[in-house]
Design a protein around this ligand. Structure first.
Ligand code: CMP
Length: 139
């Protein structure tokens, strides 16, 4: 089925000027970028976005990384988009990511791992709604 998923090109990607290279991998995989904007996340936005991780030891580090430089937030659309994008991203830890995946190609570490993608339909809807209004998504 045609799905939408939420994507972030993280600060390590914007800082190294890799947004176009990553978008090329996304588009080559058959996913369509139907919304996109470059923003600087506020601390509050980052804390809300990662609220599920707030008890983790890396939470503070994660939030400060996400606000350290601009990010590009996106909505990706396509057949089976949620699972497909997770496959295209590769494992969270780039050392474990498969060849050709975004994280294998570009991620620096498990924390500075270049991209985020929603893990399920419900989180995709929530994450999209946190950053985009309906009229900003043009399929
Ligand atoms: P993401 O898919 O954005 O969701 C949670 C993020 O937490 C994850 O990608 C990583 O960037 C980050 N993360 C996960 N594990 C660690 C860790 N051990 N140390 C630092 N950051 C982590």
């Amino acid at each position: 089925a045609i799905e939408r998923t939420f994507s972030i090109l993280k600060p390590d990607a914007t800082e190294r000027n890799l947004t176009g290279a990553i978008n090329a991998v996304i588009e080559k995989a058959g996913l369509r970028i139907v919304a996109q904007k470059r923003i600087r996340m506020t601390q509050e936005q980052a804390e809300t976005f990662y609220a599920v991780h707030k008890e983790r030891p890396f939470f503070g580090e994660l939030v400060s990384f996400m606000i350290s430089a601009p990010v590009v937030v996106q909505v990706l659309e396509g057949d089976n988009a949620i699972a497909k994008y997770r496959e295209v991203m590769g494992a969270t830890d780039p050392a474990k990511a498969a060849d050709g995946t975004i994280r294998k190609l570009y991620a620096k570490s498990v924390g500075e791992n270049s991209v985020h993608g929603s893990d399920a339909a419900e989180t995709a809807a929530q994450e999209i709604a946190q950053f985009f209004s309906g009229n900003e998504i043009v399929g």
